[in-house]
Design a protein around this ligand. Sequence first.
Ligand SMILES: [Zn+2]
Ligand SMILES: [Zn+2]
Length: 196
Amino acid sequence: MSKKIVHLDSLQFNVAGLLTGPKGGTRSYDLYIPVSELDQLDEGFDVVAPFQGTARFLWTKDHIMAVVTGQTTVTLQCSRCLEPFHHTVHVQIEEAFIPTVDMASGLPIARDETDIAILIDEHHILDLSEILRQSILLALPLTPVCSPECQGLCPTCGANRNREVCTCTTEAIDPRWSALRMLLDNLDTDPDHPNP
Ligand SMILES: [Zn+2]
Ligand SMILES: [Zn+2]
C-alpha cells in the first residue's frame, strides 16, 4: 500500500492497480486541475481558478470509494446589482465508483447501474468529471450576492447604489421627514388609551 502522494492535473484516474490489488488498498492524490479542463465541464458556470484539493480512493473489492475535497473559483452575477463577482466554491464528494470489467478474467461485469458517471470504464479509468460538475452546480448559491452589504440597483433610475448616490434616494432621508416621523412616534406612545 503506497503512502506516496501523487500530484495530478487530470480528472481521469487509471485505477487498474487498485482494482488488481487487495481489499482495503488506497491511493491519495493532490489535485491541481487547470481552468482549461474545468471550463469544459459545464456552460452553466465560468471557472476562473484551478481546482485545488485532494482525492482519496479506497478499494473495497466491490467498488472504489472516492473522497474528494477542494475548491475552485467561479464568476457569478450578483442578483442585486447585476455586477459579476468571484465566488469560491467548496466541494466535498463521497461517491462509490463501480468497475465494469472483472480484472481476473477480463470479462465485462453486468451492471444494472444506469448512472454512467460512477462507472469505471473498460480501460479502468475512473472519471471524476461528471461528479465534480454536479457538485460545483449544487454548491452554487441560488441567489448570488456580491456582498451581504450590496445595496443593489435603484428601482427608480437603475443606478448602482454601491457606487453612486442617486437623487431618487434623497427624499427618504430628508431631515424634515425624520422630524415628522418623531412627531408621529410620540403621538403613538400610548395606543391603548387613545384620546376620545
Ligand atoms: Zn451586488
Ligand atoms: Zn435612483
